[in-house]
Each structure stands twice: as structure tokens, then as C-alpha cells.
Design a protein around this ligand. Structure first.
Ligand code: MG
Length: 377
């Protein structure tokens, strides 16, 4: 069996997801998805894909490394090139699974669990008051989720003294505490609650926020400081008993090396359809496990990228919870042909269907295409 075509389609979601379709001379097709690859993602995938035309798709890791090493001098250690590789890698796993009749988790070594628990990323909408956020939290818990996340940073807040300065103001801090208190009070002690700061604070501000939130027993506080400075992240982590989570903008094992070796966080959250793919994601999870650090992947993908992430989450022991970020985007469910629905009671149950085990709904994908582009052209 030889790869004979690689095609892409950009579909609206969080910005645009890029779906990847790999065809073979045997007529088998594999589908993947990557996200946050930027405006040129289709061209990068075409360029990388040209390197594996005529190759046997069964050697997924060799093909990944072949494409990556061909572009090391173009920066294939991080960023769009790795994201493009990721979309191709996920499509290759789907293809190989379909070829051998096995689900992707089995190709990754088998599953530790049948159900992959999700947390819902929540926004109250225009009203960011404590009450509106508490109401949203209750609504989402009633949908069946027992883990939720909210954004705590607000760049448009009148309480911010300056849009670029990383120092938290006293009013901002009080607003954050009031929001978290209302959410915790509304959902009770047994729903896991995470809060995201999007790397917008300096180390002493991050530490102040983390310490102020200690009474609310968060599942984690996400990226209190920007991701580039591991020592600053560690400073925050060691200052507080609020668990610190980071990693959505780190790429490949090398991107996580310092973070893990310095034990600068309590939890890691690689974004598998952006930063590494499934085999590399499993290796990152395995690296984290030697430090007893849980694996809680970031994910804003459509259904293919989300289910692909779930296969990797099933195949590692230290999985904690996987993100789902489409509460306000109901077309997530339309993009896939699934009966019963993929998400039930806040979890994805993986089946024994081959490959990723899900089919893209082409009609829906066509409907949400990036304007001016074609589906798998
Ligand atoms: Mg985040």
C-alpha cells in the first residue's frame, strides 16, 4: 500500500481547523485534524505531504521524522510546521487503523480506560459578573460535566491599568476572587474547577493570584506566566498550594523537557492536534509520568482532533482530563456522523471501530468551509 494523495480542508471552529485526508493506491483513506496552524497551513501540509507520496503509510513514526528532519532548518521544532505534521500524523494513524482493523488506541499500546473524561471550557458570555458565571457553571454541570474551566484574565477589564503590563491590580485580583468564589459556591466541593490566566501575568502577580485562590481548591490554575520562562513558572508553582498547569504552547518532547525536569508545574496540558500528534503526545505523557505529573491535554479541535486526542488519553496511565471547548459552537456535533452522540455525561467512550472510529460529515464540513476555499481540493 502506498500513499498517493494528501488533501486538506479548512473548517470554521476556533478560528479554523485544518482537516487532512490521506489516500492510498489501495483505496483506503485516513483523516486527521490539526489546529492553530495559521493562514498558510494548507500550503505547509502540501509541502510536507509531498515528502511521503509513494511511501508505505504503516511506518507512521518514520514518516513523521522524515518530514520533520527535512524541515529542521525551516524551524520544525515548534510552530506551524509541527502543527502541519500533527495533522498528517493523525490522518496516518486513522489510515493504519483502518488498514489493520484496529482502533488507534490499540496501535498506541492499548487502553487504560474505556471512557475519556472531558472538562468543558465555559464562558458566561457578555456578562462576566460572578452571578452570571456561577449560573453558567451550574448549567454545564447539569449537562453532565464534572469538570469545568473558566477564563480569569480579562484584557478589556477597566481594572487593568495597562494592556501590556503583566502586573495584576488589586481590583483585578478582587474581581478574580469574587468570580471563583461564586463558581465554587454554586457547584459545590466535588466538581473539578480550573481557571485560565493565558500567561498574562508576571511571576509575583501569578503567585499572588494563585495564593488568593487557595481556599477554592482548584483543579488547576493555568499559565499564570507566559510559557517561555520555565524558571518563572517554577517560582509560581513553588509559592502556592494551588496546582499550576501549563504546556498548550510548547511543542514536541524537547519543548516539555525543561518544564518537566525542573518540575515547574503540577500538571501538563500539551495540545496534541497542534503541538505534537499522538505518538509524540504519548511520549510526552510518559516523560511526565516519571515525575508523577498528570496529563490533561488542551484541546479546541473539532470532533476528529478531539477523538484523536481521546485515543492518546486512553493509552497513557497518567491521564487526568481532556478539554472540550465547543459549548457555544453546536456545529461540533454536526461535523461528525455519530450515533449515539460522541459526548455523553461529560466523557467520550472509545469504541473498537478501526482507526479513529469516527466519520467526518462532509456536508457539514462544506457548510463551514473557510470562504473562498474548497473541500479537500
Ligand atoms: Mg489556556
Amino acid at each position: 500500500m502506498k500513499i498517493n494523495e494528501i488533501r486538506t480542508a479548512e473548517v470554521r471552529g476556533h478560528g479554523y481547523s485544518c482537516f487532512v485526508r490521506i489516500g492510498t493506491d489501495a483505496g483506503l483513506v485516513g483523516m486527521g485534524e490539526c489546529i492553530h496552524g495559521g493562514a498558510g497551513i494548507q500550503q505547509i501540509i502540501a509541502e510536507l505531504g509531498s515528502l511521503i507520496l509513494g511511501e508505505d503509510p504503516m511506518n507512521v513514526e518514520r514518516l513523521y521524522e522524515k518530514m520533520r528532519r527535512a524541515h529542521v532548518f525551516n524551524g520544525a521544532m515548534a510552530g506551524n510546521l509541527v502543527t502541519a505534521l500533527t495533522g498528517i500524523e493523525i490522518a496516518l494513524w486513522d489510515l493504519v487503523g483502518r488498514a489493520v482493523g484496529l482502533p488507534v488506541y490499540a496501535l498506541l499500546g492499548g487502553k487504560f480506560r474505556d471512557k475519556v473524561r472531558l472538562y468543558a471550557d465555559c464562558h458566561a458570555g457578555g456578562d462576566d459578573s460572578p452571578g452570571a458565571n456561577a449560573e453558567k457553571a451550574v448549567e454545564v454541570v447539569e449537562m453532565g460535566f464534572d469538570a469545568i474551566k473558566f477564563d480569569l484574565d480579562d484584557m478589556r477589564s477597566p481594572d487593568k491599568k495597562d494592556a501590556f503590563n503583566h502586573t495584576v491590580s488589586r481590583r483585578e485580583l478582587d474581581r478574580m476572587v469574587a468570580k471563583v468564589a461564586a463558581i465554587r459556591d454554586a457547584v459545590g466541593p466535588y466538581v473539578d474547577v480550573a481557571m485560565d490566566l493565558h500567561g498574562r501575568y508576571d511571576a509575583s502577580s501569578g503567585a499572588r493570584i494563585a495564593q488568593a485562590l487557595e481556599p477554592f481548591d482548584l483543579m488547576w490554575l493555568e499559565e499564570p506566566v507566559p510559557p517561555e520562562n520555565i524558571d518563572a513558572m517554577r517560582e509560581v508553582k513553588t509559592s502556592t498550594r494551588t496546582p499550576i498547569c501549563a504546556g498548550e504552547s510548547l511543542y514536541l518532547r524537547w519543548g516539555f523537557r525543561d518544564l518537566l525536569e525542573k518540575q515547574a508545574v503540577d500538571i501538563i496540558m500539551p495540545d496534541l492536534p497542534k503541538c505534537c500528534g499522538l505518538a509524540e503526545g504519548k511520549k510526552i505523557a510518559n516523560m511526565a509520568e516519571i515525575y508523577y505529573i498528570p496529563f490533561a491535554p488542551h484541546n479546541v479541535c473539532g470532533p476528529l482532533g478531539t477523538v484523536a486526542s481521546a485515543h492518546c488519553c486512553a493509552a497513557v496511565p497518567n491521564f487526568l482530563v481532556l478539554e472540550w471547548h465547543w459549548l457555544e459552537r453546536p456545529h461540533w456535533h454536526d461535523l461528525v456522523v455519530a450515533d449515539p452522540p460522541l459526548i455523553q455525561n461529560g466523557a467520550i467512550t472509545l469504541t473498537d471501530k478501526p482507526g479513529l472510529g469516527v466519520e467526518l460529515n462532509l456536508e457539514a464540513a462544506e457548510k463551514y468551509l473557510r470562504p473562498g476555499t474548497r473541500l479537500f481540493a
